[in-house]
Design a protein around this ligand. Structure first.
Ligand code: FRU
Length: 539
């Protein structure tokens, strides 16, 4: 029974069965959060893609609704692919999405709700004149997809951007429209980066540099930077960069060309793709959805009857302490699932030791942990692991002077299975410290046919800051956030022993030369209600 398989998550959004991929058209409308997603109604593998639909009052508990759009016209008969919603000031909603045509050409289509007075937006109408956009000259017929939410410009026109590539240069085309029916292709592109390949699921939005608030998509002016994100088809990661948008030239310029889109920062260093933000006018925040696929085998997905989850939606803010990255943090509503908590204060974890944390069953947890490394050891160390790199430096078992130390989650009592999330400090002879935040899946499961990667990257740590991490553990997913969300890692893991009541939690310190003092607060997490809308016979 697919519903009983232990890898199934308990508070992350996933369909009852079959395949899911990208988040589509998220928005808040008349009291409901709407979430659409790429879905295969027939199997647990990609194909036959429709737009499935769910609604929620709080982004955590969900009700499945009937499919919003299925493949039923020549212009989307090979798939109703990804797209975005735009809420117009007059109260209308437009949905732009990519259709794969009868000839598998990628075109952009327009759809809108049949009945704006229905808060559930159950029925959708495809515009009779679809497609509204076809690949322009010079753009490959299969390199043209995933329109963004539109933004409004001072000259009273809407603009949307659509990802593409020219040879191996990833790029984003800009169109201008007044009515979402006829469009004009702008001369320049929003941005392009050589060598990054096809840009899928481009996202483009403002962030405030002066307040911890979200901005609606059309906001420009002082105190604003713009984020440009592309999902790289070639390496399946979501890359973003901060920069400046010039509405005169319709182009965006990165703050730091060395950290440009596709060659710099990622939203998440684990399994995370095809993400999309929306402005939540209900709470004045910008919320990020991201798709986390499976890392087991396709055969295993078919057997369990489902594939993929969505991460807990994250609030996105500009980090005005570093000035050079975003912060991502799970929406506060997830905290409503917190049950009993346990505090552990100033636990000493000696060099080379493991300390059990008795929280009972540890399959559904929200963990906040702070670490202080022994000051004398830190200062006394002349030089440590300058060439460190999460993925290539031996994972959690590789011992250095000042790391790794952190948590073992989804571990069994004997530690025969364990997923580690940890910090690792390297020190240059100049005294400069670099902190890494990593997650090691290499011993996460006794199964052979599952991904076992070591993920991670550096995380900025400012003077006087303690090292801190937050983890959301939910059976087969671990979402990890370091330093308030400067660096994030999502792991999918498939333990065979560390399941149900056998799952445990530990602290570990594999540094050779330093002990760490740790304080934690750990909540058991309730399950979320994710089920069909009551009394809806059509599902
Ligand atoms: C990204 C993507 C999109 C496309 C959709 C099809 O995962 O390939 O580019 O619109 O998925 O399902």
């Amino acid at each position: 029974n697919a519903m009983l398989s232990w890898q199934r998550t308990s508070y992350h959004f996933q369909p009852q069965k079959n395949w899911m991929n990208d988040p589509n058209g998220p928005m808040f409308y008349k009291g409901w959060y709407h979430f659409f997603y790429q879905y295969n109604p027939d199997a647990a593998v990609w194909g036959n893609i429709v737009w499935a639909h769910a609604v929620s009052k709080d982004l955590i508990h969900w009700l499945y609704l009937p499919f919003a759009m299925v493949s039923d016209h020549w212009y989307d008969i090979n798939g109703v692919w990804s797209g975005s919603a735009t809420l117009l000031p007059d109260g209308n909603i437009v949905m732009l999405y990519t259709g794969s045509t009868n000839e598998s050409v990628q075109v952009q289509n327009l759809a809108y709700p049949a009945n704006l007075s229905d808060p559930l937006l159950i029925d959708w109408v495809k515009y009779s004149g679809n497609p509204v956009l076809v690949p322009p000259p010079g753009i490959g017929l299969k390199d043209y997809r995933d329109p963004t939410t539109a933004w409004y410009t001072p000259d009273r026109k809407w603009r949307v951007t659509i990802g593409s590539k020219v040879n191996t240069t990833g790029t984003s085309l800009v169109y201008q429209t007044e009515d979402f029916i006829s469009y004009e292709l702008m001369d320049g592109v929003l941005h392009a980066v050589p060598g990054t390949g096809m840009w899928e699921c481009v996202d483009f939005y403002p962030v405030s540099t002066i307040g911890d608030i979200g901005l609606d998509t059309s906001v420009i002016g002082a105190g604003v930077k713009h984020v440009l994100k592309a999902s790289l088809d070639d390496d399946k990661h979501d890359y973003y960069a901060l920069g400046t948008y010039d509405e005169e030239t319709e182009s965006w310029t990165p703050d730091n060309p060395a950290e440009d889109v596709g060659i710099g920062m990622r939203y998440d260093y684990g399994k995370y793709y095809a993400s999309k933000t929306f402005y939540d006018q209900n709470k004045g925040r910008r919320v990020l959805w991201g798709w986390t696929g499976e890392t087991d085998s396709e055969a295993a997905d078919i057997e369990k009857g489902w594939a993929s989850v969505q991460t807990i939606p994250r609030v996105v803010l500009f980090d005005n302490k570093t000035g050079s990255n975003l912060l991502q943090w799970p929406v506060e509503e997830v905290e409503s699932l917190r049950l009993t908590s346990k505090d552990f204060i100033n636990v000493e974890v000696g060099a080379g030791s493991v300390v059990p944390l008795d929280v009972g069953t540890a399959t559904q947890l929200d963990i906040i942990a702070e670490f202080e490394i022994d000051e004398e050891a830190l200062e006394g160390t002349m030089e440590a692991d300058v060439g460190y790199n999460c993925s290539t430096s031996g994972g959690a078992a590789g011992r250095g002077r000042l790391g790794p130390f952190g948590l073992l989650v989804l571990a069994d009592e004997s530690l025969s299975e364990q997923t580690t999330v940890y910090f690792y400090i390297s020190k240059g002879i100049d005294g400069n410290l670099t902190t890494f935040f990593c997650s090691d899946e290499s011993r996460s499961s006794k199964a052979n046919d599952v991904g076992k990667q070591v993920y991670g990257n550096t995380v900025p740590v400012l003077n006087g800051e303690k090292l801190s991490m937050r983890l959301l553990v939910d059976h087969s997913i671990v979402e990890s956030f370091a330093q308030g969300g400067r660096t994030c890692i999502t792991s999918r893991v498939y333990p065979t022993e560390a399941i149900y009541g056998a799952a445990r939690l530990f602290l570990f310190n594999n540094a050779t030369g330093a002990s760490v003092i740790t304080s934690l607060k750990i909540w058991k997490m309730n399950s979320a209600f994710i089920r069909p809308f009551p009394n809806d016979q059509r599902i």
